[in-house]
Design a protein around this ligand. Structure first.
Ligand SMILES: O=C(O)CCC(=O)C(=O)O
Ligand SMILES: [Fe+2]
Length: 326
């Protein structure tokens, strides 16, 4: 993959904009048309915008505002919430704390991880299950936890609706992923990208090229842009131009495993060449930790063997976290 930072600006038609308003329609033909649109987007780049999702723009804005307020706290206040203090991987991730692209310098971003709030008595916490536990909240920002948990709830619902549509797009019943969607592992990640360094180290950028680990990713990005998507057909990086209020949705590695790469998990990266502070909020819908991810019915050609062994959601996530936070 070329290490230059250039990317081709494209009109948004190359990453389709899918209005999912029809998901609540009781007309089967409209739902089928939507499933067909999703199928085409997933077979193509596995990256698309979703609008008509019903999430309140004021809540999206509140998430950005509170994220900016948090990242503006003194370094010591943020360091006190370092995610290394949390057995559930919650809290602050320092600038240059992750290497998403092996062999390049650490990512020029800082982050904050949030998940469903579970107290110490919860059986999954007692059992030490991956990513289950309490959040670490900044005492300096009193409204922060309420806003983030409300938003987490909303995007979790959207993730589940999209999994239903994904099942339809694969010719499966809408409920096919019901077990996967039961008590799902979910992660909300607030990200702050300083402007791209004037003299970057070779390969240094906001976020190294990677595929996402989980099921679906629903990304809210601000107006600065910087997200780039790898287009294997043209061998170029495409710019995912911000569309206010929309989600950039992409398929994670689990969907590639389920579909035997019929639907791909696509490389993406961030180069914040806007000259401004950039904020983004990816939400990762990773699913039930015990769910076994294996090749789906209908995704294997006659006589072919699955490319990936079956793996549980928890096993897969543990391995991917280890790889990028080593
Ligand atoms: O900030 C972005 O636009 C993308 C972030 C991302 O790809 C990730 O956190 O996995
Ligand atoms: Fe990503």
């Amino acid at each position: 993959m070329p290490q230059s930072f250039s990317a081709r600006a494209v009109d948004t038609a190359s990453l389709p904009v899918i209005d999912i308003g029809d998901l609540s329609s009781d007309d089967p033909a409209r739902i089928a048309a939507l499933a067909e649109r999703l199928h085409r987007a997933c077979r193509d780049k596995g990256f698309f915008y979703v609008v008509g999702h019903g999430i309140d723009p004021a809540l999206q804005q509140a998430v950005f505002d509170h994220a900016a307020e948090f990242f503006a706290l003194p370094e010591a206040a943020k360091a006190a919430l370092d995610k290394r203090h949390s057995p559930a991987n919650r809290g602050y991730e320092a600038l240059r704390g992750q290497v998403l692209e092996a062999g390049t310098p650490p990512d020029v971003k800082e982050g904050f991880y949030i998940g469903p709030e579970l107290d110490d008595q919860h059986p999954a916490v007692q059992a030490g299950r991956f990513n289950h536990g309490a959040n670490q909240w900044p005492a300096e920002c009193p409204e922060f936890s309420g806003v983030m948990l409300r938003y987490l709830d909303e995007v979790t619902g959207l993730g589940e609706r999209l999994m239903g549509l994904l099942a339809l797009s694969l010719g499966l019943p809408r409920e096919h992923f019901a077990d996967y969607c039961r008590e799902p592992l979910t992660t909300l990640r607030l990200l702050h990208y300083p402007p791209q360094p004037a003299k970057p180290q070779p390969g240094e950028k906001g976020c190294g090229a990677h595929t996402d680990f989980g099921g679906l990713t629903l990304l809210l990005q601000d107006a600065n842009g910087g997200l780039q998507v790898w287009d294997a057909n043209s061998g170029e990086w495409l710019v995912a131009t911000p569309i206010p209020g929309s989600y950039v949705v992409n398929l994670g590695d689990m969907i590639a495993r389920w579909t035997n790469d019929r639907y791909r998990s696509t490389l993406h990266r961030v180069v914040n060449s806007s000259g401004h502070e950039r904020y983004s909020v990816p939400f990762f819908y990773s699913g039930n930790p015990d769910h076994l991810v294996e090749c789906l019915p209908g995704c294997l050609a006659e006589g072919a063997a699955p490319r990936y062994p079956a793996v549980t959601v928890e096993e897969h996530l543990r391995e991917m976290y280890q790889r990028t936070y080593a």
